[in-house]
Write a protein that binds this ligand. Structure first.
Ligand SMILES: Cc1cc2nc3c(=O)[nH]c(=O)nc-3n(C[C@H](O)[C@H](O)[C@H](O)COP(=O)(O)O)c2cc1C
Length: 223
């Protein structure tokens, strides 16, 4: 079983998003799964030109020569693809959106109607499953609403949304202890996904648990 994470945070390995990703992957590795953690900001990925060559002229092939060809191979080799990003302006970061746009060669110019949701057919039949990991700087889960709608199109098997994200790297002992409990639940989620392809109710409760009340958090970040 192979998990590949495509992380769109500009802070790459130092990101709060990566704190969650690393906990998740360590659980998956404990279960014997393979994993790869890719920081998109470090890759050379041009913007989709919207020329549609990858559909009509050279099906499956993009005109741009950059890191995307290799990343598409990796994407196709995964059993589970994880889209990871902090919330930027109520959405995924530009780096992840750019990557997602460049997945166009994996589609066919054939419109399919799935319960009145119109999408394009896949050019290579999808064998992988999808999941999402995100954190945001504000309290309140409404910050993830856009990402939830966007990623619903790939029918994710697991979504981990962490509000009050600044706490993930806190040096305060009490906060650190609550964050460690949270990260243990995320680690367990990785283990359960790799072994059962689902997470238990107890693990779900652990990853949903609020880390701090809204007034306390607003005071903590001093805003
Ligand atoms: C340009 C920009 C836009 C942001 N927009 C939001 C937002 O809409 N909602 C939110 O809760 N946090 C927002 N944030 C805060 C980030 O989500 C937060 O700092 C997060 O912890 C960064 O995660 P990272 O370290 O993984 O990059 C924004 C940050 C930046 C720099």
């Amino acid at each position: 079983m192979k998990f590949i994470v495509f992380n769109g945070s500009p802070a790459a390995a130092r990101s709060h998003t990566n704190v969650i990703v690393q906990a998740f992957l360590s659980g998956a590795k404990r279960a014997g799964a393979e994993s790869e953690n890719i920081f998109l900001i470090e890759k050379n990925i041009g913007h989709c030109k919207g020329c549609f060559s990858c559909w009509f002229k050279t099906p499956g092939k993009c005109v741009l020569q950059d890191d995307m060809q290799r990343l598409l191979e990796k994407y196709n080799s995964a059993d589970v693809v994880c889209f990871a990003s902090p919330v930027y302006t109520w959405n995924m970061t530009a780096a992840l959106k750019n990557f997602v746009d460049r997945l166009a060669p994996l589609k066919n110019p054939l419109i399919i109607n799935n319960n009145d949701n119109f999408d394009l057919a896949d050019s290579v039949s999808k064998t992988q499953q999808f999941m999402v990991i995100s954190n945001c700087g504000f309290p309140g889960n409404n910050n993830f609403d856009t990402m939830k709608v966007v990623f619903a199109s790939c029918n994710p098997v697991l979504e981990i949304y962490r509000n009050c994200g600044k706490l993930l790297k806190s040096k305060d002992e009490k906060i650190k202890s609550d964050v460690d409990d949270y990260l243990r639940a995320v680690e367990q989620a990785g283990y359960e996904m790799a072994t059962q392809n689902r997470i238990s109710e107890e693990t779900e409760a652990g990853i949903q648990k609020e880390l701090m009340s809204i007034p306390e958090y607003v005071r903590y970040i001093g805003m």
